[in-house]
Write a protein that binds this ligand. Sequence first.
Ligand code: GLP
Length: 256
Amino acid sequence: MEIIIQPSAEAATSVAARIIARLLRDKPNAVLGLATGSTPLSLYRELIALKLDWRKVRTFNLDEYIGISPKHPQSYHSFMWENLFRHVNVAGKNVHIPDGLAKDIPKFCDRYEKKIVAAGGIDLQVLGIGTDGHIGFNEQTSSLASRTRIKTLTPQTLKDNARFFGGEDKVPHHVITMGIGTIMEARQNLLLAFGSKKARAVAEAVEGPLTAMNPASVLQWHPNAKVFLDAASAARLKRGEYYRWVYDHKPAWQQF
Ligand code: GLP
């Protein structure tokens, strides 16, 4: 795991945006795994501003709520179109987001996995992290080998996401999410976490034991995972100074 701590979320986001921009320039038909939530918003704004060519880019989103229409303002479909896709020249047919209204959910999930494989696998996956360490909607105790499937949100996640729905009782309980096994097959994972609310989950994910009680900790086992932090989300790391030193003293050939 490479830990990149920057003074602000904006600075950390810029480094992540640079990596994605380079990938899209080097591989115009790259396959991106994308995330929702407030964390990647500024990343998407930066990518839009970079005016990259998305014509051949394929995208797969991590997750979606079950039972709400793609047109619902809080669906992850709406989120992605509103905050990224409608601002770039991505082709609608290349965008994949789980269908929260799928009639046969296991069949849909199976097909989603097959589409990722058919696309050649995910080159780069963007991840946020829940306050309890979840990635996508892989809640605590999710199997570390899990594939795309239905999950039930925990009370903590319902509470965290209530702000988007105007009340905890309005948040759907069920979701479709890529599995942890699916995420682990991405060739590269970029996890972004900002603010003091994420500090505990980040410290556990980066320096704690690899455990399904903090699903993001599985990235310790990933050969190419980068974690982008601001000062607040990095505050509980024991080796923060070391990570800063490593990043500031990267040999020129290793810089991104
Ligand atoms: C939801 C999403 C996750 C996201 C998390 C954190 O649970 N399914 O992908 O990482 O929220 O969201 P935020 O970035 O708003 O803190």
